[in-house]
Write a protein that binds this ligand. Sequence first.
Ligand SMILES: Nc1ncnc2c1ncn2[C@@H]1O[C@H](COP(=O)(O)OP(=O)(O)OP(=O)(O)O)[C@@H](O)[C@H]1O
Ligand SMILES: [Mg+2]
Length: 255
Amino acid sequence: MLKLQEVSKHFGGVKAIQKVSFELQANTIFGLIGPNGAGKTTLFNLISGTLKVSKGKIYFQNQDITHLPAYKRSRLGITRTFQNLSLYPDLTCLENVLLGAASWIRPKLKDLFVFNSREYKQLQKQAREFLDLVGLKEKEKLSPSQLSYGHQRKLEIARCLMSKPRLLLLDEPAAGLNNQESHELANLLAFLKKELNLTLLIIEHDMDIIMSISDEILVLIEGKPFIQDTPKNVQKNPEVIKAYLGEEDIFADIA
Ligand SMILES: Nc1ncnc2c1ncn2[C@@H]1O[C@H](COP(=O)(O)OP(=O)(O)OP(=O)(O)O)[C@@H](O)[C@H]1O
Ligand SMILES: [Mg+2]
């Protein structure tokens, strides 16, 4: 579904991404992990089109999208969340979810807020279903700023779903979530793959989550691919434990 071919990104002298190649099969969950500053978010920016590659090629469903602007990639079904949330505090939660439709409803975006139109009501119904799916049904009239950080992250996912995604890029979706919320999130992501046939590329520092839901994991270190394998094999790779985790074995309580 998504293919990166020797993708590199340099910021002046900083080689943030160096010759990263991988292929993501449709209807799978692909985990992207690595230490802080490894280049994970930069890779997301390159895939979603917020940043241009310095070198290499990116293909989505066999189409070369390397030079396609972000909004066109979004129309193809590539949708992302941001590491730092990007919600609108002056809109309600429901309206924030509705905004997810902006990528495909244009040029009739204004119709979104013509409250008695049939189109609006249909979209509203859909938005409510997505709010329900992420567990925020009761919060639709609130401002996102009234939600906990974890709930805001879920709201962002609901908005992504509204954009009719095929490939969902989630940048640290479990950040700020407590144990119970993390567990719910893992279930939600598995549901999106299984029931909505989505393909997910997920950056996550929460090893428990990423190891339990991913079909495959890519470890990125200093902008370079270090290992790509199943979660099981990644967890027991001594090189990974040494290079990525230092002396501390953070997989210890997972296995
Ligand atoms: N717009 C930019 N301009 C210059 N340097 C950048 C830019 N974006 C990222 N970098 C640099 O690229 C490298 C990779 O950063 P990136 O944010 O992709 O890492 P990350 O793996 O997402 O880290 P974290 O786990 O902390 O979110 C870092 O050295 C960072 O300083
Ligand atoms: Mg990041």
